[in-house]
Every structure is written in structure tokens, then in C-alpha cells.
Design a protein around this ligand. Structure first.
Ligand SMILES: CC(C)(COP(=O)(O)OP(=O)(O)OC[C@H]1O[C@@H](n2cnc3c(N)ncnc32)[C@H](O)[C@@H]1OP(=O)(O)O)[C@@H](O)C(=O)NCCC(=O)NCCS
Length: 169
């Protein structure tokens, strides 16, 4: 499969909403729509007004059809506007998703590679929130993310999530 990875721009916001829906696993819940993600304030804060100066992200696009198939992005959500994976005011949170039919083919790995290469120059660390059942745990661990001690909490759907953090030094 041929795809390119390029920086996200403000024009990619509609695709990011779709990716947020995937990242939040809303498709697995009956009757939840993309609009539900957009109406959910704790989720919407990851995408709304995409393109702030502190935002960094990449999109994977199929070369032949120009179709976007995945994205990985960071947003700095500070103490007065905490995200699910908040650790401190200097650490942005990662969100990532690949469309279901394109998963497990290395796209997520490439997106994270690109993101880390740029993010290192701007931030000391990156955090994220992950469900304890998500196989993406291993993907994050391969890059150096570590589970944050005592960060377990009950998530939006009543399961367990915890935070992970990667430090650049
Ligand atoms: C997580 C995700 C972005 C990874 O992208 P990808 O292109 O599938 O990843 P790659 O092919 O580069 O790497 C495969 C790794 O992804 C993870 N993965 C594979 N399928 C997955 C799935 N359906 N859901 C979650 N993670 C998956 C595994 O950790 C796998 O690594 P392994 O070799 O240890 O099994 C993608 O699977 C996805 O969109 N999952 C659903 C949304 C999600 O869970 N987002 C993260 C929330 S914290």
C-alpha cells in the first residue's frame, strides 16, 4: 500500500473528527455517531479549532486516491482544561487512529515516528490515556511510553484506563 505522511493543517479538521471517533472506540458502542463525539466536551477538546500554534500532527494519505486513512496528533491541554491523559501543564496528549481496514500494516507506527521527530523539539514529554484492554499498549511501549503509576481510572464506558508517558532527554 502506497501512502504519504504529511503535517496536519486546519483543513484536516473534518478528518480529525472521524479519527477522534475511532480513537474513542465510539464505533463499538451501539447508536453512537460522529456527532456524539463532536457534542461530547471532554472529547471535542482534542480536535476543536485544530491548528493552534501548539498543535502538532500528521496524516497518512493514500497516494492513488488521495484518501486520508490515519492521523496522529498532539494537543497541549493544561490544568484548567485537562484531557483524559493529563500529567502536567508542559506535556501534550497523543491521539491516534487508523481507519479499521488499514490497521496492522505499519501506518500507526510511521505516524508516531513522524510525530516524535518533530515533537521532541517542542515538548519534554508526551502523555496519553489508554484502555487497559487496548492492544496499542505494545505499540506505545515499543516507542518508549511507560505506564504512569497510580493513573488507573474508570473511563467513559465504565472500564479501566490508565495514562502513559514518554520523556525526551
Ligand atoms: C492503534 C492504531 C492507531 C495503530 O495503528 P496501526 O496502523 O494499526 O499500527 P501498526 O500497524 O503500525 O502497529 C500494529 C500495532 O498496533 C496495535 N493494534 C493493532 N490492531 C489494533 C486495533 N484494532 N486496535 C488497537 N491497536 C491495534 C498493536 O499494538 C500492534 O502491535 P503488535 O505488533 O504489538 O500487535 C490503530 O490500530 C487504531 O486506530 N486502533 C483503534 C483506535 C485506538 O485504539 N487508538 C488509540 C487509542 S489510545
Amino acid at each position: 500500500m502506497n501512502y504519504v505522511i504529511s503535517p496536519l493543517t486546519q483543513e484536516d479538521e473534518p478528518f480529525l473528527w472521524q479519527m477522534l471517533y475511532e480513537a474513542a472506540h465510539m464505533g463499538e458502542e451501539d447508536h453512537l455517531t460522529l456527532q456524539d463525539a463532536m457534542n461530547h466536551p471532554d472529547l471535542a477538546k482534542y480536535v476543536k479549532n485544530w491548528g493552534l500554534e501548539s498543535d502538532i500532527g500528521f496524516v497518512a494519505t493514500l497516494i492513488t486516491s488521495n484518501q486520508p486513512v490515519g492521523a496522529a496528533w498532539l494537543r497541549l491541554l493544561t490544568s484548567e482544561n485537562k484531557g483524559y491523559g493529563y500529567v502536567d501543564d508542559q506535556t501534550p496528549e497523543l491521539a491516534i487512529a487508523v481507519l479499521p481496514e488499514y490497521r496492522n500494516q505499519g501506518i500507526g507506527t510511521q505516524l508516531i515516528h513522524h510525530l516524535l521527530a518533530v515533537a521532541k523539539a517542542y515538548y519534554p514529554s508526551i502523555s496519553l490515556s489508554i484502555r487497559s484492554s487496548n492492544p496499542a499498549l505494545h505499540l506505545y511501549q515499543r516507542f518508549g511510553w511507560k505506564i504512569v503509576d497510580y493513573s488507573d481510572k474508570i473511563n467513559r464506558v465504565g472500564g479501566t484506563s490508565f495514562n502513559m508517558k514518554i520523556d525526551f532527554d
